[in-house]
Design a protein around this ligand. Structure first.
Ligand code: CO
Length: 157
């Protein structure tokens, strides 16, 4: 069961300049920044709004940290722009199983760690009408028994 748009992933060449654009133009602030060495990106999550299920929606701005990563190759082919859309779920393994049962091919085997300690997987764009689709299980919201080093998403803390 997918309950929200968790984030829209946007490939950019200069993360700081792109963050500055979104702040100046729309007033969005950085909620979280991290480097994901596995994916070869430096990223900023800009929180747009909370949602009824206690989750939230973000823009994920991604700048490549090395030329051979997925986002660097995307920038070479397409330039800056929307790279993927991510849907939130309380059970990403179940959501993945449902998508596979519907005939969609995963891009990776199983689940990996995404932004802010989330669990994520990706579905192949060729099976999703051209859209690279990510499924996300947020850490603090959907697994509240686990501690998190940062402010829990959607909490009042
Ligand atoms: Co993403």
């Amino acid at each position: 069961m997918l309950t929200r748009i968790d984030h829209v992933g946007i490939a950019c060449r200069d993360l700081d300049a792109t963050v500055a654009f979104y702040r100046k133009t729309f007033g969005f602030e950085v909620f979280h920044e991290e480097v994901n060495e596995d994916q070869g990106i430096r990223e900023a999550m800009l929180r747009i709004n909370g949602t009824d299920d206690g989750g939230a929606s973000y823009l994920q701005l991604m700048e490549p940290t090395r030329p051979d990563c997925v986002v660097a190759r995307f920038l070479e082919r397409h330039g800056e722009g929307v790279h993927h859309i991510a849907f939130g779920s309380a059970d990403v393994a179940d959501a993945l199983a449902g998508a596979v049962a519907a005939g969609v091919t995963p891009v990776i085997d199983g689940l990996r760690t995404g932004s802010m300690g989330s669990l994520v997987t990706f579905l192949h764009p060729k099976d999703c009408h051209g859209v690279l689709t990510e499924l996300v299980q947020a850490r603090a919201v959907d697994r509240p028994d686990e501690t998190t080093p940062e402010a829990p998403i959607g909490s009042d803390a």
